[in-house]
Design a protein around this ligand. Sequence first.
Ligand code: ADP
Length: 425
Amino acid sequence: MSRTAIRNIILLAFISLAGIIATQIFWVKKAMDLKEQQFNHRAYVALKSVSDRLIHDTKNKVQLDGINRKASNYYTLDFTSPVNVRMLENYLIIESKNQNLNSDFEYGIFECTTDSFYTGRYVNIQNTGKIERLKIKAKPSENYYIGVLFPKKTSYLHDDLKLLIFFSIVLLIVIGFFTYTILVILKQKKLSEIKTDFVNNMTHEFKTPISTIALASDVLKREDITKYPEKLHHYATIIQEENKRLKNQVESVLQVSQIESHKIALNITEINMHDLIENIAKNMEPRVSELDGKIRVELHAKNAIVEGDEVHLTNILYNLLDNAIKYCDKIPEIQIETINKHKGIEIAVRDNGKGIETSSQGMIFEKFFRVPSGNVHDVKGFGLGLFYVKSMIKLHKGKIALHSTPKIGTTFTIWLHTKDNKNGK
Ligand code: ADP
């Protein structure tokens, strides 16, 4: 799947999710508005019926001046004649139930002139029979009003919010799964790209020695070749060298499966890392000098004795130095420095090469990973060197760190236990 296709899928999925969220918010809001309108209407009808019944009972002695909505959950009914409080409460309960209001209410009778409270109480609509009625303390004056408050109106309306929260949680889970799926797709894509690169790379790397061997053996097959022993020797050497190269390449690939199946056993001996470094630096010197470069060795560690596998430790340093030369686009200036640190030895291999982009640094030790270089394959490799280095350092219970600045250079720092302190740590 192409990068643009994946980007479009992600974009479409996010647009759809945003659409679902917006629609959900819109409908919940609409449902809440409708519910509020319905509540207001029912409350009004209930209070109207209450006042109608009061007027009817008192044979038109009660004069209704109107029902006023003072707040979203508070209504007043103005009367100019006294009213039977017990009847009022009964009517309020009956009409509330008739209108399916299902919301507790508080009513009170207040004097108009002083706004003072005369009587009233809180009515639990689910439990109307069990609550004692308040005693009426005094007769109300001529001008009074009845206030009816629905204190639980907001929570009654917000019942729908619970639904919104539930849907939001479901949506969050969906988004979580979606993000996870995208990450898996991206990871798989990266892996398949890495594998394709590796196969292409390997085919390319194998083709060169194979065709060289084919050419050299064609020459050797000539009947008159025995007349030219130097030529014979020369072509036989080419075949031998190319064969060695092929063998090394196959071995480096096979080594990966050995590392992964933990089949590598270390042959532990006491090693003086300074001797090892000096030896490798000496062997690398001709390659660096050919490029007019230099390898500087600064051995400051007082204790350089490590218990490890000489072959693997040599390979580790060889790999790092090989990379320092391979990935250098200037005259190579390589430095190997040792110091004692945290009861061990720290070996830093510093170069002035291309450096590694921050975006690639996290993957540099992964198998088959090579820093993307477009279609330019000027530097040979399978992306296995650093995977091997890290795996071997881990097997030696050591550590490796990378510090790199693009266009300036790279430093790989290895830390290994030194002999004296290994048991003490
Ligand atoms: P290989 O060299 O075979 O490609 P490695 O595992 O040794 O594999 O290195 C992985 C990648 O890390 C290389 O392809 C290269 O892009 C980058 N790299 C490694 N060492 C250096 C270095 N010293 N300077 C710059 N880039 C490096």
